[in-house]
Design a binder for this molecule. Structure first.
Ligand code: DX5
Ligand code: ZN
Length: 221
């Protein structure tokens, strides 16, 4: 099986509490919160106040994806809110070293994010620090995009690299996940799945059942 992280970027913000409660009850394992600063990516989404709101709406783990140029500005606030996991991009100015160290020092799990064009070997120096390797399967910055061709192959390459390095980091995928693209990502080795539109657009409970309903996830690998 896999961990399903429901990305609230696709929720109905006018009914956020309702959508989160339905997804929570329907079996979402965690909630994925995309923080965008308008610099690292063009869009601005939400900040620490949304994470605080989410900590009131659910007791499920919060999985924060920082699409920001300066993650260090956000980390003290996130640590204070009991966030489980924080992922930062490899591509940020100056690199992710300081941010990964700060996440670990604050007692949170650290994730490293690679954009679609960044090769998986870029993660090699960071494997000792991370519990999650997040592979973007669309360009970061907005929801509702198409899963990029070649993503399954990249996941498989990352999976081989992690095994060769004896790393226990979990591969997470983010972007374009649907009940059609998820089996390929899972079979290639992804075990944490971020889904926004496929969870929140339409009937949430039915959407989650549809994402989970494939015998490939119960086979041993
Ligand atoms: C995109 C975000 C994703 C987004 C995914 O930059 O990081 O988390 O919410 O949305 P979907 O699942 O709709 O592609
Ligand atoms: Zn994300």
């Amino acid at each position: 099986m896999f961990e399903l992280c429901a990305s609230i970027l696709a929720a109905d913000f006018a009914n956020l509490a309702r959508d989160v409660q339905i997804a929570d009850s329907a079996g979402a394992d965690a909630f994925h919160i995309d923080i965008m600063d308008g610099h690292f990516v063009p869009a601005i989404s939400f900040g620490i106040d949304m994470v605080r709101t989410m900590s009131r709406l659910t007791s499920k783990p919060l999985d924060v994806h920082l699409m920001v140029e300066s993650p260090l500005l956000f980390l003290p606030g996130l640590a204070g809110l009991g966030v489980t996991r924080v992922s930062v991009h490899y591509e940020i100015p100056g690199g992710p070293d300081d941010a990964l160290q700060a996440i670990c020092s604050a007692g949170m799990q650290a994730g490293l994010v690679l954009n679609p064009e960044t090769p998986v070997k870029a993660a090699l120096p960071y494997l000792k620090d991370i519990s999650q390797l997040l592979l973007m399967t669309v360009q970061p910055g907005r929801g509702g995009q198409i899963y990029l061709p070649g993503s399954d192959e990249k996941i498989a390459t990352a999976c081989s690299m992690l095994q060769a390095q004896r790393s226990n980091a979990v591969i997470q995928v983010d972007g374009g996940i649907t009940s059609s693209t998820l089996p390929g990502a899972y079979s290639a080795g992804a075990r944490s799945i971020v889904a926004g539109s496929a969870v929140f657009h339409g009937k949430i409970k039915e959407n989650i059942s549809k994402l989970r309903n494939n015998s490939v996830y119960t086979l041993c690998h």
